[in-house]
Ligand binder design. Sequence first.
Ligand code: GLN
Length: 504
Amino acid sequence: MTDLTRLTLTEARDGLKAKRFSATELTQAHIAAVEKGRALNAYVLETPEHALKQAAASDENLAKGEARPLEGLPLGIKDLFATEGVRTTACSKILGNFVPPYESTVSSQLWRDGAVMLGKLNNDEFAMGSSNETSAFGSVVNPWRRKGSNVGAGQGGAVEGNHLVPGGSSGGSAAAVAADLCLAATATDTGGSIRQPAAFTGTVGIKPTYGRCSRWGIVAFASSLDQAGPIGKTVRDCAAMLRSMAGHDPKDTTSVDAPVPDYEYAVGRSVKGRRIGIPREYRLEGLNPEIDALWQKGIDWLKAAGAEIVEISLPHTKYALPAYYIVAPAEASSNLARYDGVRYGLREQGRDIVEMYEKTRAAGFGPEVKRRIMIGTYVLSAGYYDAYYLRAQKVRTLIKRDFETVYADGIDAVLTPATPSAAFGIGEKGSADPVEMYLNDIFTVTVNMAGLPGIAVPAGVDGQGLPLGLQLIGRPFDEETLFSLGEVIEQAAGRFPVAERWWG
Ligand code: GLN
């Protein structure tokens, strides 16, 4: 039989329905791939028995001809999603061996629709990071290597030498999808954590409109910015995943009560006459010429498909990153107050309760998380609230207004690069200056600040042979247009599978 892990999610779905293979066979192939791929450190917990049980149930449904939308399809789940009876840590020591007694709404909808869980995926601690290096479980290795690099190709799949990061915070999700260790994965995006890792690994990732997916049961980072979304091998796969993940949930008051369209209909739909904005403020001085050239290619592809290209201005873009790094830490400092050694996971002993709190939090949080808590507490403190937090919120409104203005002028979507560079080396960025790492989010954070949907689609490779992505930003709740436009890019650029499975 051909290697079932090479299939896309929707190909596997169709293969199951046509009875070319069973859900159990499909799941077994993925379990074997996950084992072989351990050197990549994409999974922090494997749940093969759980997966096989779900697959057996799917086979029964398939035999009866009662296939649910994701029947029998093996997925990976970012460790930020609470999974009932299955350890959930947000890749932080402070959650220890926390086993939630409940399931996140988004993941419960995937199981409702028949999907199979292979395990929990690595991420930056509490989703704070752009490289997956802040995880308590260690870095994830990008399955992509620079042209000519043979690092880690040794016997037994041992990872050695200087590898690349997969991006973050959803680094495990992106690496697992790129390496065929699952058909698709859940991810979350607060400032770019779906789109940037997708761009670094040649995969597709969509951050839906704020409110499209329920945040209930997802470990909170910055509640007004966090959104769940899928990372998949193709635009169509992401459309199929989002259909199941999205929807109103009374348990999340910010989730929106609007019907969920069948997004797959939008894949392949004509984009003739669609007006695409090219924001001049994204043409950063010193922008990597390869990224600039790719952006131009994207423009040409969309034009060839009948879209109209319009130069636009989003004048407050330059304030988005500094404002994000006030708003996000402020909300994080408040959300993370709950990890006090009493309710979850880790507890260090102290002479009294205050010392217990202090010791637990000192031992449980990593350096990046502590930095965010300190910044957040500072900008919310009485003397600085107006100068920082309130001001950042005002800037946020202006950023949102920039988009409202261009959309009111008839723009359907905005095309930009997804990241300012291709994947960089593990240990290469941010150790001396955290801002160097934060700059990775330059093209993605505006989208979260404005609550809009954004998709990253692989569009080419750089001189070192590494994938690069383009981003499309849509109108609120118009993910469909992003799927249509994203597929045009996918058709023109082709897909970007990893050439060689050097890891095992
Ligand atoms: N890199 C950004 C940060 O560290 C975004 C992370 C995310 O989207 N979760 O805040």
